[in-house]
Design a protein around this ligand. Structure first.
Ligand code: ARG
Length: 457
């Protein structure tokens, strides 16, 4: 069949070219946005007297019926069409006759597709935002339950200082609050209407771009028609925000994988979020966390692919830009799946406070507190640091810990050390004394939880 754009050519293309050129396989998911966008366009054409009020009403009615029919399954999308825009217009013309052909007045597929994708992605942002908020809720709940659970905090993956598990979880909550604000920021710049840019240069018809923008819930219109049809910054920006979000989920996944290993045994994942091995009967594998970590690469890939596609494009529209959709759709789908599984995985994750505490007791993670104790006794920090370090070396030699080292031995390293040292280096004290803002004490973590809850209001 000849294409709708037949004219200059006979519009008959080879099958291989058709298959290569067609985007309906992936842009059909924007049918709702395409049709509601067209409804706003028809209403504007009618209001401006570019078509008659009757014609506008007929088109609006026809579009609504097409939308209802696709929704109900009465109308199947014809996958041999070039794209969703052509499909909708074709059905409209089949159903309405000549009046259907008036819809595309003062419009081009170039501004139409730019409109559809902005409308589609802002809904995706809302869905992703809701999931991030859900995950934050679950994290805060776990943090509350584990605010007094002591475990070693790490730097260089070496035991460093005692912290609470609630504190550790709240670090991820902070990352997610930034993800929320990045998504909101991206949505703001995305929510600007390109429709009315037409093919590239605007139009000679007396259109009202603000009328359409208002009807479709946009905050503003794109201010330059060349930019309006060729801007895909909002896709790149969203992919950037999603990449950072995935990076956070991936780091969290990595820790969950470590914590659920026999080497750590800090947490136990629910059976519902783990898998077994086909050969090793004892296995309980953290596949969900591993997949999230793995899928991070694919979202980064989507970002890189789009940036690379866009980098050499002259103004204005080029068909290369059709490549924007699959990547950004894939990233949204992937992120939503990852968040959904993460919510369940974190909500059902059980902690092992006894194992965490046992780990905290090894590794001399109260050595800083011993130094701080000596500072309070009047020693300059650098000297105190040395005394503490030598004491640790002695403990390693004697195969003991700072808590168990006799006072007489302490005295050999520094005469300032008294019996109150044991209370000062007790892990509970170490944690409870860290009341600085953002610190690990229960009070500080409670303040962090309250702040995040406030952000979620
Ligand atoms: N399927 C196209 C895309 O996704 C729609 C725009 C086509 N415009 C054109 N001038 N061929 O970019």
């Amino acid at each position: 069949m000849a294409k709708m754009w037949a004219g200059r050519t006979d519009g008959v293309t080879s099958q291989v070219a058709d298959d290569f050129n067609s985007s309906i396989g992936f842009d059909s998911r924007m049918y709702k946005q395409d049709i509601t966008g067209s409804m706003a366009h028809a209403a504007m054409l009618g209001a401006q007297g570019i078509i008659t009020a009757d014609e506008a009403a007929t088109i609006l009615d026809g579009l609504q019926t097409i939308l209802d029919d696709i929704d109900s399954g009465a109308l199947a999308i014809d996958m041999t069409c070039e794209d969703i825009h052509m499909f909708v217009e074709q059905v409209l013309t089949e159903r309405l006759g000549d009046v259907g052909k008036k819809l595309h007045t003062a419009r081009s597929r170039n501004d139409q597709v730019a409109l559809d994708i902005r409308m589609y992605l802002r809904e995706e942002i809302d869905a992703i935002t809701a999931l991030v908020r859900e995950l934050l809720g679950v994290l805060v709940e776990q943090a509350e339950q584990n605010k007094a659970v002591i475990l070693p905090g790490y730097t260089h993956l070496q035991r460093a200082q005692p912290i609470t598990f609630g504190h550790h979880l709240m670090a991820y909550a902070m990352m997610l609050t930034r993800d929320l604000s990045r998504l909101a920021d991206c949505r703001k710049r995305m929510n600007v209407s390109p429709i009315g840019s037409c093919a590239l240069a605007g139009t000679t018809y007396a259109t009202d771009r603000h009328f359409e923008a208002d009807k479709l819930g946009f905050d503003d219109v794109c201010r330059n028609s060349l930019d309006g049809v060729s801007d895909r910054d909002f896709c790149a920006e969203l992919l950037g925000a999603l990449s950072i979000l995935m990076m956070h989920l991936s780091r969290f996944s990595e820790e969950i994988i470590l914590w659920s290993s026999w080497e750590f045994r800090f947490v136990e994942l629910s059976d519902a979020f783990t898998t077994g091995s086909s050969i090793m009967p004892q296995k309980k594998n953290p596949d969900m966390a591993e997949l999230v970590r793995g899928k991070t690469g694919r979202v980064y890939g989507d970002l890189m692919a789009l940036l690379t596609t866009l980098k050499g494009l002259p103004l204005a529209y080029n068909k290369d830009m059709q490549e924007d959709k699959e990547g950004v759709f894939d990233a949204c789908d992937t992120v939503k799946m990852c968040l959904e599984v993460f919510v369940g995985m974190v909500a059902t994750m059980k902690t092992r406070p006894d194992v965490m505490l046992a780990a905290a007791k090894g590794g001399f993670i109260n050595a800083t507190d011993l130094a701080d104790y000596l500072v309070r006794k009047g020693l300059p920090f650098r000297d105190a640091y040395k005394v503490s370090g030598r004491t640790v070396a002695k403990c390693i030699e004697d195969k003991t810990t700072l808590d168990a080292l006799p006072l007489a031995t302490y005295k050999e390293f520094c005469s300032l050390i008294e019996d109150d040292v044991y209370e000062a280096i007790d892990l509970k004290t170490c944690v409870e004394k860290r009341i600085s803002e953002g610190g690990t004490s229960v009070a500080s973590v409670e303040a962090q939880i309250a702040w995040v809850k406030q952000q979620l209001k």
